[in-house]
Design a protein around this ligand. Sequence first.
Ligand code: HEM
Length: 456
Amino acid sequence: MDGAERIPPVPRVAVAHALWAGIDFDRYFRWRREREGDPFFVRFPGFGAALFTGTGSGAMELFRAPVEVLAPPLPNPIEPLVGSASLILARGVRHRQERSLLAPAFHRDRIRHYGMIIRDSVRAELDGCGRGVAWRSGARVDARVAARAITLRVILRAVFGLEDDRRRAEYTATVVAFLTAFSGPLMLVPALRHSVFGHGPWDRFLAARARLDALVDADIAARRAGGSAGADILDMLLAARYEDGTAITDADLREQLRTLLVAGHETTATSLVWALYRLHRQPETLHRLRAELAGAGADAEPEELARLPYLDAVCQETLRLHPPVPIVLRRLTGPFTLGGVALGAGDTVGLAMPLLHSDPEIWADPGEFAPERFLERRYGPFEFAPYGGGHRRCVGAPLADYELRIALATILNRVELALAPRYARARIPLSVPHNIATGPHAGITFDVRSARTVSE
Ligand code: HEM
């Protein structure tokens, strides 16, 4: 039997399903599972069907599956963004080789070097040197704008060592234009990816990507010509060698760098926004975290902050309730069974993170924001998987974890905030897809009640 025979036909209401999933992903997936049990099929137009699971045993089957039967789903909606050479889309031996090239840049020992970059990037944004207003007493701030600016600044400095303000501004504007140009319709409907006399959405996207590639190519050429900005990720990748002693080509390097820019900032930004939001909806949790931060001292070193247990628990609980990448997908290259359903080459399987992270068998009161649960017990890789799992687990997870803790602590140490009234009382905002991640459907605003000035 081939894959097409096993997968049910497209429901006539597939477009309606896709829309519902796009508007309220969590509820849609809960509804499908309630109707069909676990695992269950979901089919989206333009992407095909996938068999999803949301249980711990399903996650274990998926993440422990033999590497040789798993590949990323292709064609893939994000291919125009990251490029076909991207680690995210590579498979087999190539995936292993590219991963061994990139992984050392995110090794725990290496991550410590990024601590000051993260703290300085947060401070620059709070001081009004970024894209938003200064976080001074009385100001109203958009947490999403600020968080994106902070995490973009961090990744630009970590990857390209960007210190020069003019060059950083140029990169920032170019990356933002590039990501904004890849709208939801372009991502989900491949048929829209064609030129309209040079002025359509696809033309605008290609132009924005070409501008970003030109910046990246110029940096690669300058480094190859001998100019090093220091020990940044670009330097590491240029110095790295595959097992056979060869180096990465410029064309592949460009796509891996683009991948890091795309995968490495919006995901972390979203988590930062949700953490701030959840904390300010729950004063007793915020109070406990503030007490822990005060104990460490207002100017504690990043390394010290990253070790604080309650801060760690708050960040984990945020990723549990709001996983920025809510589904993990694999395309099968051979026979495989998920939850008792026999599948074959060409079929797609997926893990629905919001279901796993709210499974009542694993989590008590799953709807509650309760960081304490992470102090009381350790959760395994098949229970809590915001970074996916197996051989494709997020390569940037150590940086993301470190960044989230230090950014959150630095913000709370500098300012006292209150959620703008419409967010303080209203329902929890829905998460909607945006490029590679999902996030709150609107920018969440805060009022700055007081701000501490620091001498650098
Ligand atoms: C809170 C922040 C982040 C979350 C929640 C997140 C989540 C994920 C998830 C779920 C995957 C798919 C894993 C799988 O298929 O099993 C992934 C893959 C990946 N992530 Fe992240 N990520 C985050 C931050 C980052 C950062 C900071 C970087 C790099 C700077 C990064 C780079 C990547 C790359 C390159 C892959 C592909 C790995 C592979 O296929 O081998 N991510 N991420």
